[in-house]
Structure formats: C-alpha cells, structure tokens
Write a protein that binds this ligand. Structure first.
Ligand SMILES: N[C@@H](CCC(=O)N[C@@H](CS)C(=O)NCC(=O)O)C(=O)O
Length: 232
C-alpha cells in the first residue's frame, strides 16, 4: 500500500519552520500538538513549512493555518481542536482530566499573552517594560498559588495533579518560551526559581518528560522568533 503515499493511515503535522525554512520553528502551539502525539506514542511526519512551501489545499481550505494535522483524508487546524481530536481518536493514555479543569484553566488564563507582551516590548528596562514584567509576575503568582493549593498530591496542572493532561502539554511549551525569552532578552529580570519555586519545579518536571524532549527546538530558534517580533 506504499502507493497510497505518505499519509496512508498515518499523520502529518504541518508547522511553522525555523530560520532556514526547513527546520522545526518556534511555535508553542505546534509543540503542544507534538507533545500530545508523543505522550500517546503515535507516529507522525513533521512537515515544517513557510508560506511558499505550504501545500495548496492547506492555503485554499484551511486559510494556511498551522499547526495543521493531516490524518488520512481529514485535516484539522487550531492546536486545541487538534489536541482534543487526538485524545478522542487515540484514547490511551487518556489526557483528559475533568475534575479541576476549570480551576486549572483559570490559573493559566492570560499567562501566554503576558509573556508575549513582555518579550515583545522594547526598549528593555523602561517604565512600560517594568509594568509588563509585573504583569507576567502576577500571572506566575496565580500559577504558583494554584500549584501549591491544599490537597494537591501530584506535580501536574489539573485536579490533584497526579495525571499529566492536555493542559500540561499546552503550558510547557509556553513556559519554554518564557524561560528562553527572559534569559535572552530581559537579563533574567524575573527570578522564577526564587520567587515562584513551585512553578520552577513544574518547569523542571515538564521539560524532563520524553514528550517535551522529542518535540522541542533550540533556544536560538525561540530567540529568532521573538527577535522578529521585537522588530530587529
Ligand atoms: N490559535 C492557533 C495559533 C497558531 C499560531 O499562532 N501559529 C503560528 C506560529 S506560533 C504559525 O504557524 N505561523 C506561521 C504561519 O502561519 O505561516 C493554534 O492554537 O493553533
């Protein structure tokens, strides 16, 4: 059945390419989907693309959106839609934790926008920069409070924290961007390990997972992406 081609029964994930147009780019939403695929031990092709190399069907029928998951004849866009689909279609191991989902989502609400606003801002260290840094610190404070709530027994985001869930796969790539961005652009103006120790532990736990290691990209790629957003 080789003649059915690359996608026969399999999956291809189209995602933002890196600086060379061919390597895996700096998209945290694409890494979210990849972490879900890896947690489930699924095989898939990674297809980094730029506008000029996107397949015509992706541009015509899906507005060229990426990440885009092609599974047999179907295609899905929007990382949350793709992740939910994968968890429904490939049930083991399940990554949906219902109890405490609302609290977990509230705890991370606004987190990535606060990272993005801060990292994008120049010049570094001016008054607005300080405000944006405090905004990110407030987001981290909410996450720290959530992770240290009484009755939690495990390290993960949802419910008692015993089971890795979709929300963890979504959050870890965003924390990676924060960590690299703080280091590369903001001279580590926030000391996460000191001021948000449970968030730091969470970062260490998630970054140590095989699903993270297999789906990550170099720090330079993260810096390249934000460098573009900073108008350099
Ligand atoms: N809401 C979308 C956001 C995806 C997104 O922002 N993708 C960006 C990179 S982070 C991208 O692929 N840009 C390149 C392009 O669209 O060609 C999702 O969750 O999937």
């Amino acid at each position: 059945f080789e003649s059915l081609g690359l996608d026969a029964g399999g999956m291809s994930l189209y995602l933002k390419a890196g600086p060379d147009g061919e390597s895996v780019g700096d998209c945290p939403f694409a890494q979210y989907v990849r972490m879900v695929l890896e947690e489930k031990g699924l095989e898939y092709n990674v297809v980094p693309a730029v506008q000029a190399t996107k397949p015509q069907w992706l541009i015509e029928f899906y507005e060229g959106k990426m990440p885009a998951l092609r599974h047999r004849d179907e295609c899905y866009v929007e990382s949350e839609v793709i992740a939910t689909y994968l968890d429904y279609f490939f049930q083991e191991p399940g990554l949906t934790v219902k109890k405490g989902a609302k609290e977990a989502e509230e705890a991370v609400d606004g987190f990535f926008p606060s990272v993005a606003k801060y990292l994008k801002h120049t010049p570094d260290g001016d008054e607005v920069d300080t405000e944006l840094k405090e905004g990110l610190a407030a987001s981290l404070g909410r996450l720290e409070a959530h992770l240290t709530k009484e009755g939690r027994t495990g390290p993960f985001l949802v419910g008692d924290g015993e089971k890795v869930a979709l929300q963890d796969c979504a959050l870890a790539p965003k924390l990676y961007h924060m960590t690299v961005g703080l280091k590369m652009f903001k001279d580590n103006a926030l000391d996460v390990a000191k001021d948000f120790p449970t968030v730091q532990k969470y970062i260490d736990t998630m970054f140590a997972r095989e699903s993270f290691a297999k789906s990550t990209y170099p720090e330079e790629t993260v810096a390249w992406g934000w460098g573009n957003a900073r108008g350099k």
